[in-house]
Design a protein around this ligand. Structure first.
Ligand SMILES: [Zn+2]
Length: 170
């Protein structure tokens, strides 16, 4: 693993969130018991909030607030920190998810990361989380890419064979 503390991977379960105040993982409330709120896009929804936590006489101020976004909390690389080859791999997986559904894509077309050391470990040890990562990072940017850029990244990953030298980075 990297020595850079910003690149330490921390698994975060679906049922938990990491507190922005104490930086610890805590269970989330049942959002259906929360009052509905309207976000800045005008969409009304129910939020996942952190359960009350911390010692009884000194509760963490992060209780009942929204947790850190999963990508940030997990320490996994964001789009900007990924190589073009890994970006292309994420786009390929998201393309399959949109056409075939998440579970089918995960089973038959799991993401194949090849460059970032944390992502390579994740693919080998926890493919489900690797696919979740791809869906989040590429899902956020896929619609904003130009057709040329999308095609370039996609083809880079499509043509890549492990062990085959490629020219990396732009
Ligand atoms: Zn806290």
């Amino acid at each position: 693993m990297s020595e850079d503390p910003a690149q330490q991977y921390r698994p975060v379960k679906n049922t938990e969130g990491v507190c922005t105040v104490c930086d610890e993982a805590h269970p989330l409330t049942n959002r259906h018991s929360q009052p509905a709120v309207t976000n800045r896009h005008g969409v009304t929804h129910k939020r996942f909030l952190l359960r009350v936590h911390g010692p009884r006489n000194n509760r963490c101020p992060g209780s009942h607030t929204e947790p850190k976004p999963w990508l940030e909390a997990s320490g996994l690389p964001a789009w900007d920190a990924m190589t073009d080859l890994d970006r292309g791999a994420a786009l390929m997986h998201v393309h399959k998810r949109r056409r075939e559904g998440a579970s089918y894509a995960r089973e038959h077309y799991p993401v194949r990361y090849s460059d970032h050391p944390l992502l390579i470990i994740l693919v080998a040890e926890d493919i489900r989380t690797a696919c979740r990562h791809a869906a989040i990072v590429a899902g956020n940017v896929a619609d904003g890419l130009t057709d040329d850029e999308y095609g370039r990244l996609y083809d880079l990953a499509l043509d890549y064979k492990p062990g085959k030298p490629i020219s990396k980075e732009s």
